[in-house]
Design a protein around this ligand. Sequence first.
Ligand code: ZN
Length: 229
Amino acid sequence: MKGWLGNAFNWFFPLYCAGCGSEDWAICPACKKNIQQSGDECFGQEAVPAPFSELLDGLAALFVYEKRGVVAEALHLYKYSLIDDYGRELWQLWRNNLSQSLLMEIERNIDLISWIPLHPRKEKSRGFNQSAMLAVHLPTEKLKLPFLLRRRDTAAQMSLQRQQRLQNMQGAFVINNRLDAKTADLRGKSVLLVDDVVTTGATLGAAAAALKGAGAAAVFALVLARQKE
Ligand SMILES: [Zn+2]
């Protein structure tokens, strides 16, 4: 929240660290240092969950996602509280931990950047899409556009079993027909998809299927955090 209302809000609800709860930080320096890096130096095929190896040409994550870990808590607080500070910390972590080699790969191999869309109803109630925000904060001049739309309000993936997740996501995305035909022409293009967390890869796989169905030659994925198997 911004302005006087935000100040009043922060006064009544002081900021606390998503990791350890210490006051006046969204993520305190000690917790920031303890976030486990994924170690991904480039977009790897080996990081792509097996069922999606035909659809995703490479995947890279910045961090390891741990339940109740700092990244998980900060994301949760960003998505469900009204406090912007958690988002700002996440963008900063995102930008500061992108390796030079990943940035170079984006410059060399990517034509267009997009993200995993939320269902319009959900985006309206939340006021933003955290994956779009990650894409916006990627330090590159490449074209960033909403190439995909979410067709169904899919049940929250986290609550489903693996097999259900795969079925739940099939056909969940379509190409955004509101973009003009020339801009939206994906034929032969190499697309980078941005998302916050990857678990089974079902969401990214379904999104990549829609992009490839529209002619994309390659689809890579960049995520904030990858959940441990
Ligand atoms: Zn802390």
